[in-house]
Design a protein around this ligand. Sequence first.
Ligand SMILES: Cc1cc2nc3c(=O)[nH]c(=O)nc-3n(C[C@H](O)[C@H](O)[C@H](O)COP(=O)(O)OP(=O)(O)OC[C@H]3O[C@@H](n4cnc5c(N)ncnc54)[C@H](O)[C@@H]3O)c2cc1C
Length: 359
Amino acid sequence: MTSTTQAGQNADVVIVGAGVAGLVAARELLAAGLRVIVLEKGRGVGGRMATRRLGAAVCDHGAQFFTVRGRAFGTLVREAHDAGAVAEWCDGFTRATANGGGMLPPGDGHPRWRGTSGMTGLPKHIATAFDPARGEVRAGVKVASIGIAAARVTVGIDDGSMLRAAAAIVSSPVPQSLELMVAGGMVPDAIDPAALRLLAGIDYDPCFALMLVLDRPSLVPSPGGIQFEAEGPANGPIAWLADNQQKGISSVPSLTVHATAAFSREHFDAPADDVAEKLLEAAAAWIDGPVSTAVIERSLQRWKFAQPKTPVADPLVVACTQPPIVCCGDAFGTAKVEGAASSGLAAARWAVRVLAGET
Ligand SMILES: Cc1cc2nc3c(=O)[nH]c(=O)nc-3n(C[C@H](O)[C@H](O)[C@H](O)COP(=O)(O)OP(=O)(O)OC[C@H]3O[C@@H](n4cnc5c(N)ncnc54)[C@H](O)[C@@H]3O)c2cc1C
């Protein structure tokens, strides 16, 4: 397909969000010959595939690893691997049956992948391969509304400017996507009522991520990750603990601690220092020496929309067909990083078909 960009239109397709779903969608649209603008409110690409520097340490604080099951995602990961952007981490993690209780050894034979320098490696790899003549990621641009005017999608930016496109793919977490469509006047009349019901029912768990820089190696067993048993009152506040140095992304010792959804929900509005102290206390068993001296730096991230509680079965939800506006991301299909990528791909393929007049 060749580009259909028309006068008064900035791109064939505007994509909201440069997480893995939005970027995989853009890659597919570009391969189909369309002109694409990806708008991302964050400073860089990746969304919840997030890596941060903390002092001399590098910490992944969103997604920690990904698995590969499908063929399309497998092809992308192989390509990223060949380019040096991702690497296999291990084939499973230590499992703690209860906090500080029984520990089951790692290894189930199924590869877990990481970015070579952090989880942003895969999204950065996808974005840097875009042909700049047709594909553009605009970071630091917050979308304020999505609406429809004269059979075009209108995308309002929070600085008051507006983009027009033939279609839109919306990959922000669903409650945020709905807010954009409400602000653009699509709700209730322009959105498909069944889609609205589905989208309105999608809910996410929050998650705290505590990043710690240590003055000596941690006590986390090889290969550097502990998954804690499903939530329960006896299991404490930690769901996951990773050693970023053993993982191979940090040159100095550092930990990432993820809280359980229950703990994160209960303490979501609590002061950061109180939350950090509670998580630190629970993580002390894997820190060598007194935490007061062994932890030399710390930072707490609050993810409001960490993971969907119950993704919808379909890989996309069509909000509108004329003009085409479709929602995608990890809330659609099989969730997690691979589910988000698959959803982005499905949304792009749908948009290509509709723009070509095939459906
Ligand atoms: C703490 C945590 C741990 C996780 N662990 C794992 C794991 O180990 N393995 C795994 O597979 N998955 C894990 N996940 C889930 C995984 O990160 C997500 O499923 C996946 O990254 C979602 O990708 P996405 O593209 O759908 O959404 P996102 O990555 O959230 O991308 C959406 C993008 O939209 C942007 N955006 C939102 N609103 C606007 C706006 N108004 N204007 C412009 N841009 C906007 C956001 O900034 C974001 O970059 C974890 C998630 C979290 C938070």
